[in-house]
Design a protein around this ligand. Structure first.
Ligand SMILES: NC(=O)c1ccc[n+]([C@@H]2O[C@H](COP(=O)([O-])OP(=O)(O)OC[C@H]3O[C@@H](n4cnc5c(N)ncnc54)[C@H](O)[C@@H]3O)[C@@H](O)[C@H]2O)c1
Length: 464
């Protein structure tokens, strides 16, 4: 985003304790500012960015639509392994759209500047590497990798080719996350010590049982290519193709799919490079449809003290059969308050709580067990030592922030990406950030499947 916007946000960050009322009006101001900045963008024909989307499923369409909100972006090609989605891409974006089932044909085209990779997780890394080597800028969906062993190579290829590369965790560009980061850095919740973050869902779609098309058969799907990079090959199975998230061979389970969002948000706000130890447990509690990944998973993750932050603990949970209904939260707990970021990060609330200066006496205390005279002497002494003000618990008004109505973090994430493609300025979520979020998420799977504590060297990005 422009320096104007950054200046504006910086200005917000300096006003440490904003009341809920002032934040509400500031949200309106921000909405205005976002709109003005968009309108102000003057795009010349030279600024045109021609893109192709590889993996034209749910996120392929969503990402393409978000990318096309950025002025001067044009979709020229789409790639997918199911014919029906390529036909629909033509229906939606025009019959002149070039379509193919082979991503290498996209990468060979000289008229494509950038690719969006929105395939199943098993293909992200290889296609990203191929694309950067062919001189394309890359927007890679999360998780950046399917296996931890792929991360360092991908980072190296980005360094060698110097291609613009951004990971698609849109929280990193979200206006609410930026605001939350500023509040966190201003000390609004004191010294951080723990975080609870979770996704609760209670529906078949939420548990990844997506609709399968009637013509989703082996004639219309390139099944061989889909599983080309799997070590274990299976006969065509429409569930494996259209509901790939449920299988480790192609997806990364709830940890790679959802913990990675939570960790990206946490790393963004705290400035952390990552945890030092990871342990997780899992169960297949309800969706026994042949999947080989848990539907309820919990992890405890420890972040050691670094120059960026004090030591803190994180508990992560995904529950696909939660009687609490659908609810996503990240609750960051500090010594003097708690920041609760809900949903996809469009809003947060801060409740501040501070201890009174005086230690307290009476109530649930041993005081009442002593003789009457001893109790009186202790109370008199206490009241002499501590004033009424020192004895009172400080009261604070809750701080609420909500992004403007209709705000979409993915649009901003793409605006940031395209700005980097145009100007060469560093991306907001590079391969190092993407790997540092993905690796501990995938380590949760390794911990569960291997039943062991995993030690991670976040600085050097290596399993210890
Ligand atoms: N950023 C977010 O909030 C967010 C949200 C949802 C999904 N995602 C990510 O987006 C990716 C796609 O998820 P989805 O829900 O759209 O899945 P989807 O199944 O709807 O679509 C994936 C598509 O990729 C295609 N594909 C697979 N391998 C391919 C290859 N080698 N070449 C070309 N096409 C290939 C498949 O044919 C399929 O149509 C996943 O990695 C997921 O983690 C991100």
């Amino acid at each position: 985003m422009s320096t104007d916007r950054r200046k504006f946000l910086k200005h917000l960050g300096t006003s440490v304790l904003l009341t809920s009322a002032s934040l509400t009006s500031l949200a309106a101001k921000e909405e205005n500012e976002v709109r003005i900045l968009r309108d102000e963008k003057r795009v010349t024909p030279n600024d045109k960015i021609r893109i192709a989307t590889i993996g034209m499923g749910i996120m392929g369409f969503n990402d393409t639509n978000a990318a096309l909100t950025v002025p001067g972006v044009e979709l020229v090609a789409a790639c997918d392994l199911y014919k029906g989605r390529l036909l629909h891409a033509k229906e939606k974006y025009g019959s002149s759209l070039f379509t193919t089932m082979d991503h290498r044909e996209i990468l060979e085209r000289k008229d494509i500047d950038a690719v969006i990779i929105a395939t199943s997780d098993n293909w992200h890394s290889q296609i990203a590497i191929d694309a950067m080597r062919k001189g394309k800028a890359v927007y890679s969906e999360k998780p950046m990798i399917h296996k931890i062993s792929q991360g360092l190579e991908e980072i190296q290829v980005q360094k060698d080719t110097k291609m613009v590369f951004q990971v698609g965790s849109q929280r990193v560009s979200s206006i609410a996350y930026r605001k939350a980061k500023e509040m966190y850095e201003s000390g609004a919740i004191g010294k951080i010590n723990s975080i609870e973050a979770s996704f609760n869902r209670q529906s078949a779609l939420g548990a990844w049982q997506y609709t399968i098309p009637g013509d989703g058969n082996v004639q219309n799907v390139d099944w061989a290519r889909f599983q080309a990079n799997s070590s274990v090959k299976h006969d065509f199975d429409k569930n494996r193709f259209f509901r790939w998230r449920n299988y480790r061979e192609y997806g990364t389970g709830v940890a790679g799919d959802l913990f990675v969002h939570l960790l990206s948000g946490i790393h963004f706000i705290t400035g952390s490079k990552g945890p030092e130890s990871i342990y997780s447990i899992g169960d297949l509690a309800y969706w026994k449809d042949g999947r080989n990944v848990p539907d309820v998973m919990s992890a405890v993750v420890r972040y050691g003290e670094t120059k960026e932050h004090p030591a803190f603990q994180v508990t992560l949970r995904v529950n696909f059969i939660s009687g609490e209904g659908d609810k996503t939260t990240t609750k960051i707990v500090g010594s003097e308050g708690v920041m609760d970021i809900g949903g996809e990060g469009e809003a947060f609330t801060i409740h501040q709580n501070k201890m009174p200066e005086a230690p307290g006496i009476g109530g649930w205390d041993s005081l009442f067990t002593y003789t009457e005279s001893e109790q009186k002497a202790l109370m008199d002494d206490y009241n002499k030592r501590w004033t009424k003000a020192q004895q009172d618990t400080p009261q604070f008004q809750a701080i609420n922030y909500r992004a403007p109505e209709g705000y979409n973090a993915s649009n901003d994430h793409f605006a940031n990406f395209m700005e980097s493609v145009r100007t060469g300025k560093p991306v907001v979520e590079d391969a190092v950030f993407g790997f540092r979020a993905a690796a501990p998420a995938l380590a949760c799977n390794d911990s569960y499947f291997e039943n062991r504590l995993i030690h991670w060297d976040a600085e050097n990005m290596k399993i210890v």
